[in-house]
Design a protein around this ligand. Structure first.
Ligand SMILES: [Zn+2]
Length: 132
């Protein structure tokens, strides 16, 4: 049995894909590190349909992340949350990288809405601290 087969066979809460609007109810897109310890839905109290969540190593403002954020904004989001965290395998200094990524996003020519982009660092002990 492959690990994927084991995952698919797990008892799970499979919520039907919403047929309602593609625009997330919160109007927010979240770019987060892919770290499996970060439960973005729990951290922000989200349910299905509430936000676009884009993930990569570090939660970094890469070209592909910007492409996804641009589509998110085309679908109706107007604010962006950038989520980094302590003890990240992808970035050595989360605060420094958060500031760098915020700068990249706020000046990204491919993003129509750059006026409300905020960054946070998730800390051990479940703290959420605004940075950048
Ligand atoms: Zn990470």
């Amino acid at each position: 049995v492959s690990r994927v087969d084991a995952l698919v066979a797990r008892p799970a809460r499979r919520v039907p894909l919403l047929r309602s609007a593609r625009r997330p109810a919160s109007g927010v897109a979240i770019l987060s590190c892919m770290d499996g310890r970060l439960n973005v839905f729990s951290i922000f109290g989200l349910a299905e349909g509430d936000a676009h969540v884009i993930r990569n190593a570090g939660g970094c403002a890469t070209g592909d992340a910007i492409r996804s954020l641009a589509l998110s904004q085309e679908l109706g989001t107007r604010e962006v949350v950038l989520l980094h965290h302590e003890h990240c395998a992808a970035v050595a200094d989360p605060d420094e990288d958060l500031a760098r990524c915020l700068g990249v996003l706020r000046t990204a020519s491919g993003l129509p809405y750059t006026g409300a982009i905020r960054g946070f660092v998730y800390e051990l002990g479940a703290g959420l601290r605004e940075g950048g």
